[in-house]
Unconditional design. Structure first.
Length: 277
């Protein structure tokens, strides 16, 4: 097995391994790369749904997404897709999965099933590197703050997706909620400090007026997507991505109108997030 950086600031590419038959030592190396790089990519895999689940369980516990339709017969596997006739895709803006939960997801494992001939890349951003590059004075300020996260405006009955052609393909409109997390967290495994806000689900900062919070968040969002912190992955048949939701953002490009794209996603259960000391 070989593990190499995928780009200067984001991700790693893992080759010469089949996830369905990986050894315990290989799984441990993959998990270490996942923690170190935020996202790890694989090519030329042929995972069945059963093998997808088995690999996920070797990384962590599984949590069921409340909003996405499940693969028939496999309630733990979410279908993240776009049909030929649809205009809107799922995840078409920078976000962190499940930051609106009190115990946000540890990670996600996405397997390509049906792909357009071109387009549909997924972008990732490294929020540990982005935090490290902030000015010291700003880092100190951020470490004292708490941010509010919500999914009501996205998945709620009157939310964003309800106004689109995805409305009848999503569940859980009555299961929306919110949570508060530190703006800067300490990764529970690497110990690194990470910027933990995101454009999709962060809706405010505790003790800060809306306009002031918006100005600060916009500054952080612009910083986090600088070229040195991001990478994009072009999906091919057999591609798999495993990313750390505690230390990355991602978004799926919606540049393949009239074509189908279907991905299978498993979400890994996380825990409460500790603030920077």
């Amino acid at each position: 097995m070989n593990i190499q950086p995928f780009s200067k600031g984001c991700g790693a590419l893992v080759t010469d391994v089949q996830l369905a038959t990986a050894s315990e030592d290989q799984i441990q190396e993959i998990r270490e790369a996942f923690i170190d790089h935020g996202v790890v990519f694989f090519r030329d895999q042929s995972l069945t749904p059963e093998q997808h689940l088995a690999f996920a369980r070797r990384i962590g516990d599984i949590v069921v997404n409340k909003f996405f339709m499940a693969l028939p017969g496999f309630p733990e596997i979410a279908e993240v897709g776009k049909q030929k006739e649809q205009k809107m895709n799922i995840g078409g803006g920078w976000h962190t999965d499940h930051s609106y939960d009190a115990e946000p997801a540890l990670g996600s494992i996405l397997v390509a099933r049906t792909l357009p001939e071109r387009g549909g890349d997924t972008w990732f951003a490294n929020l540990a590197a982005a935090y490290d590059a902030l000015p010291g004075e700003l880092r100190q300020k951020l470490e004292k703050l708490q941010a509010r996260h919500s999914n009501r405006h996205i998945y709620g009955e009157d939310g964003f997706y309800a106004q689109t052609d995805l409305a009848d393909r999503l569940n859980g409109q009555d299961s929306v909620g919110e949570a508060t997390h530190p703006v800067v967290i300490v990764h529970p495994e690497s110990g690194r400090k990470i910027l933990y806000v995101n454009p999709a689900f962060t809706v405010g900062i505790e003790g800060m007026e809306k306009a002031e919070a918006r100005e600060l968040l916009d500054q952080l969002y612009k910083h986090a997507v600088k070229d040195e912190f991001v990478c994009h992955f072009n999906w091919e048949p057999g591609s798999v991505a495993l990313w750390d939701n505690r230390s990355t953002w991602h978004f799926a490009q919606n540049d393949y109108q009239g074509k189908e794209r279907m991905m299978h996603r498993i979400t890994l259960a996380g825990g409460s997030l500790a603030k920077a000391a």
